[in-house]
Design a protein around this ligand. Structure first.
Ligand code: 0L1
Ligand code: MG
Length: 267
């Protein structure tokens, strides 16, 4: 993922940002954009994502955090890629613990159990590692992400998914927080339940071996664009479990060892 040049024009990037944002806001699916733009570069893909982000800010939304995606080796292998990707979290993506996901607003949502970090000092790449991240972490908290690719049948390639803000749609955070000295983030375990039945389980090590690795990678990827992770940033590290399809009427709970649980209802 080293292309630093654009193949697309600024006008094409802005049009594609509008196209993908419109699919998101209207809950309609579209075909993957690389079908029409097979030569688009990684720079184009992230430029489209950043253009969607700029559209949301221009529309009055706040950015409330960042996310890493495709951080498990299993999911990268499934996608045939060796690099995770990042996206942004807008204010209206946030659902309170115990709250509702309105399925009519989404296309084909899936849910995954994650862990999130809140930083207390700036993380500036390119040489951020796990120890630097742990030294800049205020606390961690349990979280679930709802991913909802705007691409028909979740069929995409990585450039298309980066442009589509890595399928980010909704997220829920738990009410318990912990200092990293009080947790072993690698062995921290979670069970994902749907209607009381455990459907997936995992540990922190599923995230690149250690969840802080995902934050380090984010800082280093942002550095390629001259960006940093500011102090006080909420960052979701990626999934500890596989993503599970949810349906109207489902009650989803992620139960974390030593960190309580996070709940959401699909209505
Ligand atoms: O958050 C994630 O890991 C999802 C990244 C995008 C790929 C997908 O939609 O499955
Ligand atoms: Mg995720």
């Amino acid at each position: 993922m080293s292309e630093t040049d654009n193949h697309l024009t600024t006008s094409q990037i802005n049009d594609l940002a509008q196209h993908l944002e419109s699919a998101e806001l209207n809950g309609v699916d579209v075909h993957k954009i690389t079908d029409d733009y097979p030569d688009m570069t990684w720079k184009d893909a992230y430029d489209i994502q950043w253009a969607i982000r700029a559209r949301k800010v221009a529309a009055g939304h706040q950015m409330v955090g960042l996310k890493m995606g495709l951080t498990s080796w299993a999911k990268m292998k499934q996608m045939g890629v060796d690099t995770p990707c990042y996206g942004f979290l807008a204010d209206y993506f946030a659902v309170p613990d115990g709250g509702e996901i309105h399925m009519d607003e989404l296309t084909h949502p899936k849910i995954e159990a994650e862990i999130a970090f809140v930083t207390n000092s700036i993380l500036r790449g390119p040489d951020v590692d796990i120890d630097v991240v742990l030294g800049a972490t205020d606390y961690v908290l349990p979280a679930m992400e709802v991913i909802d690719s705007r691409y028909r049948d979740f069929k995409f390639d990585l450039k298309s998914v980066v442009a589509d803000n890595t399928s980010a749609a909704r997220f829920v955070t738990g009410q318990n927080t912990a200092k990293i000295r009080d947790l072993d983030l690698e062995t921290l375990s979670v069970e994902l339940e749907i209607n009381g039945e455990v459907v997936e389980s995992g540990t922190g090590a599923a995230i690149l071996g250690h969840p802080a690795k995902a934050i380090a990678m984010l800082a280093n990827m942002l550095a390629e664009r001259g960006k940093v992770i500011p102090a006080g940033t909420f960052v979701m590290c990626g999934a500890m479990t596989a993503a599970v399809t949810v349906n109207k009427g489902d009650h989803v709970r992620a139960r974390y060892e030593g960190l309580g649980h996070v709940d959401v209802h699909c209505v």
